[in-house]
Design a protein around this ligand. Structure first.
Ligand SMILES: Nc1nc2c(ncn2[C@@H]2O[C@H](COP(=O)(O)OP(=O)(O)OP(=O)(O)O)[C@@H](O)[C@H]2O)c(=O)[nH]1
Ligand SMILES: [Mg+2]
Length: 227
């Protein structure tokens, strides 16, 4: 057996094991009635900034909490904790993505049935997180206006593994001559029909539409569970 074959086999086993844990997590989330939203993007696209705003605003009407993954530091958890929502940092060390087992461990002792929304911020990376199901109901892929319009074409897998795209930092769009039409065309090229929001966590543009969308998805999932 060549080293290459061995590596592929190990990778397949890790993914299979992750899928088993993710399926169990999804069942737990549904039994508890919590709607789980994950965020993926390149480093610095604005996940924590958007999540801090999301937690702060949703907290006025819903019960919210978040887990955030990074290779090192508790910086993001400290920022998110300013929202007053329960938050926990997952330090992944050398691992470039969150895995279902990390989520499961981090949730030990948390009462999921006392939550409406649980948010999962993945490690900033446009490649690795796409292969790992975390049991979430909704996966958001973020791209900021400062990254250029062609991210969907360069990283199609992460767009294909997500449900909704969010173009962030819209307040900087003019300064970097962001071509919104081209960016949206590129998203549709790799993922036809994908819903897209464009917003700024900094100045609040587009936030209301995005928050209404999240509230609508929670209501839909509650309705489906009640049938
Ligand atoms: N102008 C502007 N800056 C923003 C916005 N959102 C985030 N930023 C800035 O972009 C930088 C990165 O934002 P973060 O929220 O840390 O990005 P992230 O995706 O969580 O980064 P990682 O967790 O390291 O992957 C910070 O300096 C933020 O203040 C925005 O809407 N407008
Ligand atoms: Mg972050």
């Amino acid at each position: 057996m060549s080293a290459k074959t061995r590596m592929i086999e190990v990778r397949e086993n890790v993914l299979k094991q992750n899928d088993i844990v993710a399926r169990e997590l999804r069942r737990k989330f549904h039994d508890a009635g919590v709607f789980v939203v994950s965020m993926v993007s390149s480093p610095g696209a604005g996940k924590t900034a958007l999540l801090e705003k999301t937690l702060t605003l949703l907290r006025q009407e819903c019960r919210v909490a978040a887990l955030v993954g990074d290779l090192a530091t508790e910086n993001d958890a400290a920022r998110l904790a300013r929202s007053q929502a329960p938050v926990k940092q997952i330090i992944t060390g050398t691992v470039c993505h969150l895995e279902a087992a990390m989520i499961d461990r981090a949730l030990e002792g948390w009462k999921l049935d006392e939550l409406d929304f649980l948010f999962l911020e993945n490690v900033g990376n446009m490649v690795c997180p796409s292969s790992y199901d975390l049991g979430e109901d909704l996966r958001l892929v973020l791209m900021s206006v400062t990254e250029g319009e062609d991210k969907p074409l360069k990283y199609p897998t992460i767009f294909n593994s997500a449900d909704v795209a969010i173009i962030t930092k819209s307040d900087l769009a003019a300064a970097v001559e962001f071509d919104e039409t081209a960016a949206k065309r590129n998203i549709q090229a790799v993922r036809p029909g994908m819903q897209v929001f464009m917003l700024s966590a900094k100045i609040g543009d587009g936030m209301e539409e995005y928050l209404n969308f999240l509230a609508g998805r929670l209501a839909e999932s509650r309705q489906a569970a009640a049938v």
